[in-house]
Design a protein around this ligand. Structure first.
Ligand SMILES: [Zn+2]
Length: 261
């Protein structure tokens, strides 16, 4: 009787354990599911949070790698500007005109010629500059120059100094402050113009506004050591609006902007 009773108790205990496990199963399953969902939800949030950082690192990379627009900059680093951008070609005392340089010219009012690519911004600037020039269109008195023209100007300037009693070497040194050695003038690029105004006010207007049209006051008096050229308020050089604005805002000359100063 005792033995039977003990067996009965054991069966009851096992049945109770099975009921408990059965009752616990949905709770365990729910916990596992919640954990899984929570992990997935966390992942989604991480990506959303990371989304506004273009090119940012971390988990978002996997998502945005597939968008080429987001990664163009990282994948194709731009070569140095002076290697590709015609408008930033540097010609000065130390850098000659590129070999076999060719230019497509177009005539501006007054008969001078310039590179056709700078015609529109130049004319727009000169038109707007009327307000600083007593209502008159400023005149381009020197645009593109051939090697021969530059040679004549250079020889003429040396002759002027020789006539004043300078030695050949001194005359050349003086002349080169004002007229570039042939092959070293921006005028030979076709991107530079010497502008004549009705009054000096025009030059003040140009110094404050030319960058909006992509032109720079190329030889300011405070950069003579870097440009190698004495101040020329009349000489403007096209570099494009982006570069001109940056140079204007930061007070840089072309040599400084290109990192060759
Ligand atoms: Zn000039």
């Amino acid at each position: 009787m005792e033995k039977r009773s003990a067996q009965k108790n054991q069966r009851r205990r096992r049945a109770r354990e099975r009921r408990m496990i059965a009752a616990a199963l949905p709770v365990i399953a729910l916990a596992v599911l919640t954990a899984a969902l929570s992990s997935l939800w966390g992942g989604i949030h991480l990506r959303e949070d990371a989304a506004p950082i273009p090119g940012g690192s971390g988990p978002a990379l996997a998502v945005f790698r597939s968008d080429p627009a987001e990664y163009t900059e990282d994948q194709d680093p731009q070569p140095p500007a002076q290697d590709t951008d015609w408008n930033l070609t540097l010609v000065n005392k130390w850098n000659p005109l590129p070999e076999d340089y060719e230019v497509s010219l177009v005539e501006v009012p007054g008969g001078e010629k310039v590179d056709e690519r700078i015609y529109d911004p130049l004319m727009e600037m000169l038109e707007d500059a009327k307000e600083g020039n007593q209502g008159q269109l400023p005149l381009v008195v020197s645009g593109y120059r051939t090697q021969e023209t530059q040679q004549q100007l250079y020889d003429g300037k040396i002759a002027e100094y020789r006539a004043q009693g300078y030695s050949e070497a001194e005359a050349a040194e003086q002349a080169e402050q004002w007229v570039a050695v042939p092959g070293h003038s921006e005028h030979q690029l076709g991107f530079a113009v010497d502008i004549n105004g009705a009054t000096y006010d025009l030059y003040l207007w140009l110094q404050e506004n030319s960058y909006k049209y992509g032109f720079i006051f190329r030889y300011p008096g405070n950069k003579t050591d870097i440009t190698g050229t004495a101040e020329e308020v009349w000489h403007y050089r096209y570099v494009g609006v982006e570069a001109a604005a940056e140079m204007y805002e930061q007070g840089l000359c072309l040599e400084e902007y290109l990192g060759c100063a």
